[in-house]
Write a protein that binds this ligand. Structure first.
Ligand code: FES
Length: 166
């Protein structure tokens, strides 16, 4: 092999090495980019996929007809009812007929780690995750929940109950 053939071989080998390094860097870049994308997608997961996510901020108002069978207990003072997810609160609402003219509404989101609390049973709502309990005022009667349930603004007009963000 003469000198020019040897130089040619070295050049080809450098190009191959450069290509290898360039391709490796591109591969690492792609891996980092896809890992970041997966993190972003995961952080946008469905509601309550992360039980320690911040308390929800409340959506748009909802109106319920308390003459329907689902809410008929609210016809009487002291009656309670619960709803599922809705446009105001994705974890649903706890409702309590406080007086002839007023119905209280609370989020079902537990203030401990955001699990969905159960419907009122004998005036007490219990969280299935760690046992916190709330009364019909939304106050904590048994921890570890650190604070009362979020309450919403309500307006009762005949049988129509409108519940709005506070
Ligand atoms: S999330 Fe409700 S008691 Fe822990």
């Amino acid at each position: 092999m003469d000198l020019s053939e040897r130089l040619d071989q070295i050049n080809k080998s450098n190009i191959t090495r450069r290509n290898f390094i360039e391709n490796s860097i591109k591969g690492i870049g792609a891996a980092v980019a896809s890992s970041a994308l997966i993190s972003i997608v995961n952080s946008c997961g469905g509601y309550n996929s992360n039980p320690t996510s911040p308390q929800n901020s409340g959506g748009s108002s909802v109106t319920l007809d308390i003459s329907t069978s689902q809410y008929s207990a609210l016809q009487n003072v002291g009656g309670t009812a619960a709803t599922g997810a809705n446009s105001l609160d994705p974890q649903g609402l706890l409702l309590y007929r406080e007086s002839q003219s007023a119905i209280k509404a609370y989020s079902r989101q537990c203030t401990h780690q955001q699990c969905t609390v159960g419907a009122f049973q004998n005036g007490i709502s219990t969280c299935p995750c760690h046992g916190s309990q709330y009364n019909t005022s939304g106050s904590v009667v048994t921890g570890p929940a650190p604070s009362p349930l979020r309450s919403y603004i309500t307006k009762l007009d005949g049988n129509m109950l409108t519940i709005s963000p506070s």
